[in-house]
Design a protein around this ligand. Structure first.
Ligand code: SAH
Ligand code: SF4
Ligand code: F3S
Length: 473
């Protein structure tokens, strides 16, 4: 555990570099005769989204005006993801567009951070082929961003700082939340599981849990700030606490979070099937504010493939778990992640995945084509599945998922459910929100409802979302 003096020193360093960057920015803005604008573009998962809120918080503390418009921004930061090849390609594509923007506005600064930057081959390519990028940092040194920002504003020379790893957790970074009424809260960083296809442990480093008291204090503060929904975040939340001194387990942390006054809804992600305890299911069943939604990635329905993926559970164990969850929490919505075309996957293995989807009856599932990630054990295998075979299986899987989710979604039709209203809909006069089971509902309403929890009758199921009508109006 970090001692208080070390923390105080860290906070002093942080506010020192924020002040330094602020002074640099002020003189630039005096020269330009207008405030300078920044934007952060997020790729990837909830964890990256939360990191981006910290990056935006730092930029705001430094004095940038926040914008979503890249065309008019003076500083553009891409927080990248590399979990699959298409995430990388997306970033390279966008860098081409930014090269064009830079020609129009030579003062533009472009920065890259996040998971992709933790890969050496990526950074080499950017150094060589994308001169538009002037600032690069990684996942382990996100908290040095103010210092790097001060340096680039002052010197206007390429700044690249990357760390191989870290055992530090820096608390109290400034945060600018995307939503007033809901927030992610990191409970742990990194991953120790090394699923054989996955790049995350290499780019996010070893598992580190935050102290339970820091997490609960953050939740209390968020509640005081009007937040109603909390999502606890980690790559494998079930192993929370195994890497920190406080000794609290995930079910206990979840229970305590659920009981923070003012918090109406608690979600969590992601839960790994291998160490999901009965205690966790009991906590979900017994706490009113924990949402009736369980995202439990299975990846494959074949025990043989699961072993090669290093997932450490069998098809049978997974089926058993889902039965147990459904028995104790009957109105739960179960969702999952599936990978098609893992090296060596045969037609029989794939049929096992299809039959598992049918047997569980998922409310929805994210389906992914296996993507070969440099440095992972699966990428080295010679028996990669041909693209056409993988695509053909992917289409069949998608059809099975669609079938199952239509049936599952429909089971709430006609009921009145509480909806947390999130945004105005593109359809005039409508708003959209989510029920506890994470399904989306659109219904007539105005923007004053955003952030409120209201009863809505789910009148018509549209496959994977609903049209509804507010009750008691
Ligand atoms: N920690 C979470 C998942 C993080 S990544 C967990 O273990 O459940 C989110 C999803 O991306 C994974 O569940 C997996 O389905 C998918 N994924 C990860 N690596 C992949 C790869 N190399 N190719 C295709 N999909 C992948
Ligand atoms: Fe990747 Fe597996 Fe860790 Fe999830 S648990 S992040 S899939 S290595
Ligand atoms: Fe992508 Fe990094 Fe998340 S690789 S999925 S942004 S942890």
């Amino acid at each position: 555990m970090q001692d208080q003096s070390e923390r105080a020193r860290e906070e002093a360093l942080l506010s020192g570099s924020i002040a330094e960057a602020k002074a640099e920015l002020r003189s630039m803005s005096l020269m330009k005769g207008r405030p300078l604008r920044s934007t952060v573009v997020t790729f990837g998962c909830q964890m990256n989204a939360r990191d981006s809120e910290k990056l935006r918080g730092i930029l705001e503390a430094v004095g940038f005006e926040d914008t979503d418009d890249e065309e008019t921004a003076d500083f553009i930061l891409y927080n990248t993801c590399t979990v699959r090849e298409n995430a990388d390609q997306h970033v390279y594509g966008r860098l081409g567009i930014l090269t064009g923007l830079k020609k129009k506005n030579p003062d533009l600064i472009v920065g890259l951070c996040g998971c992709m930057m933790q890969e050496e081959h990526v950074v080499q390519k950017i150094r060589k082929s994308y001169p538009v990028v002037e600032l690069i940092f990684g996942t382990h040194n996100l908290f040095t961003f103010p210092e790097l920002l001060a340096r680039i504003l002052r010197e206007r020379k390429r700044v690249i700082e990357l760390w191989d790893g870290t055992d530090r957790i820096v608390e109290h970074l400034p945060v600018k939340r995307k939503y007033a009424f809901k927030s992610g809260v990191n409970i742990m960083f990194g991953c120790n599981n090394f699923c054989s296809y996955c790049i995350v442990p290499y780019v996010r480093g070893r598992e580190r849990s935050r102290e339970a008291e820091d997490i609960l204090e953050e939740v209390r503060q968020l509640s005081a700030d009007g937040v109603k929904e909390i999502m606890l975040l980690g790559q494998n939340v079930n192993s929370y606490g195994k890497t920190s001194g406080s000794g609290m387990t995930f079910p206990e942390l979840l229970r305590q979070t659920a009981r923070v006054p003012g918090i109406e809804r608690v979600r969590f992600m992601t839960s790994h099937p291998k160490d999901l305890s009965d205690e966790l299911i009991d906590v979900i069943a017994s706490e009113r504010t924990i949402c009736r939604h369980f995202h439990l990635p299975v990846q494959s329905g074949s025990t043989r493939i699961l072993a090669q993926m290093n997932r450490r559970y069998t098809r049978e164990a997974y089926l058993e778990l889902t039965k147990k969850i459904r028995a104790k929490v009957p109105d739960i919505s179960l969702t999952t992640d599936l990978i098609v075309g893992f090296p060596g996957e045969t037609e029989d293995d794939f049929l096992d995945t299809l039959s598992l989807v049918r047997e569980v009856g998922f409310d929805s599932a994210f389906t992914f084509l296996y993507s070969r990630r440099t440095g992972t054990p699966a990428a080295k295998r010679a028996d990669q599945v041909p693209d056409d075979v993988a695509h053909e299986r992917f289409d069949r899987l998608l059809a099975a998922v669609k079938e199952s989710s239509e049936v599952m979604c429909r089971r709430f039709e006609g009921q009145v459910m509480e909806v947390l209203v999130e945004e105005e809909n593109r359809m005039q006069g409508y708003v959209s929100g989510r029920i506890s089971q994470n399904l989306t509902v659109h219904f007539p309403g105005t923007k004053e409802l955003i952030g409120q929890i209201v009863p809505v009758r789910l009148k018509e199921c549209k496959g994977f979302y609903y049209f509804g009508e507010q009750e008691g109006r």
